[in-house]
Design a protein around this ligand. Structure first.
Ligand SMILES: [Zn+2]
Ligand SMILES: [Zn+2]
Length: 253
């Protein structure tokens, strides 16, 4: 069965139990895709039984440190481990251009000998764009409403036909309802109601409007140890099952 594994569940401030929000998709046919890149994903992949060489693609939703801080260390570790096959990185121009500048101007990766090919795929900032299609997943993206250009995702698992939606960082806007339409699992941020973000109650509203079957709250304040207040807030606006994602939690798809 395909798996979605939460590698981090916290908003901008991480703690010992909650890394910044990022997750892994592993398909039945062997495709492995990382969505965002928290502090240091490689040891986490190992813990989940994924070999570093299995990682084929990485989607970067936007260029905020809590979503891209692990990119340089991941690339360096894959290189030191002797990777030769390409890694595909998907994102908007705003994000990919900065990742390339960070690696080139900051880390001078052009001087790292025998560095494996990194192939950047720049996505248009438009609704309902086909982002990636492989044997396991068909992934589409929509622009969200955040401080900088950002995308949310709609992921179809080809073997089970299950739909996973990921709001990413956003205020509630119609695009999020669109990408979450009839989703089996909606992974929605719950930073709190503010410019560029959503509360758990707003996440519940989106889940209701979209007809999602299950709501999983992510990108929350991990310093709040008790999940119940956040979950109760979303239950007030969504009648289906609600839970708070925790690091290393797995969802079978
Ligand atoms: Zn964030
Ligand atoms: Zn952000």
């Amino acid at each position: 069965m395909a798996r979605l594994i939460i590698l981090g569940s916290a908003a901008a401030v991480s703690d010992a139990e909650h890394d910044n929000t990022h997750f892994l998709l592993e398909g039945d046919r062997g495709d492995v895709v990382l969505v965002d890149c928290g502090s240091n994903p490689l040891p986490k992949l190992e813990r989940c039984g994924i070999e570093p060489g299995q990682l084929q693609a990485m989607i970067l939703t936007h260029f905020h440190p809590d979503h891209v801080s692990g990119v340089p260390i991941l690339l360096m570790q894959l290189w030191v481990l002797g990777r030769q096959h390409p890694l595909h990185i998907y994102g908007l121009h705003h994000c990919l251009q900065r990742v390339q500048a960070l690696m080139l101007d900051g880390f001078q990766w052009d001087t790292w000998p025998n560095f494996f090919p990194v192939i950047f795929h720049t996505l248009p900032e438009q609704p309902d764009v086909s982002l990636l299609e492989n044997d396991d997943f068909a992934i589409r993206c929509w622009p969200t409403k955040h401080f900088i250009p950002t995308i949310g995702l709609r992921i179809e698992v080809k073997t089970s036909r299950k739909i996973v939606a990921y709001s990413c960082d956003t205020e509630p806007i119609p695009h999020i309802v669109e990408l979450a339409r009839d989703a089996d699992l909606l992974l929605h941020e719950a930073t709190g109601a503010s410019f560029g973000h959503s509360s758990a109650a707003q996440a519940g509203q989106v889940a209701t409007q979209a007809g999602a079957r299950r709501l999983v709250l992510v990108h929350y304040d991990g310093r709040q140890k008790d999940p119940l207040p956040l979950v109760s807030e979303a239950r007030a606006t969504f009648a289906g099952p609600v839970e708070r994602a925790e690091d290393f939690q797995e969802f079978l798809l």
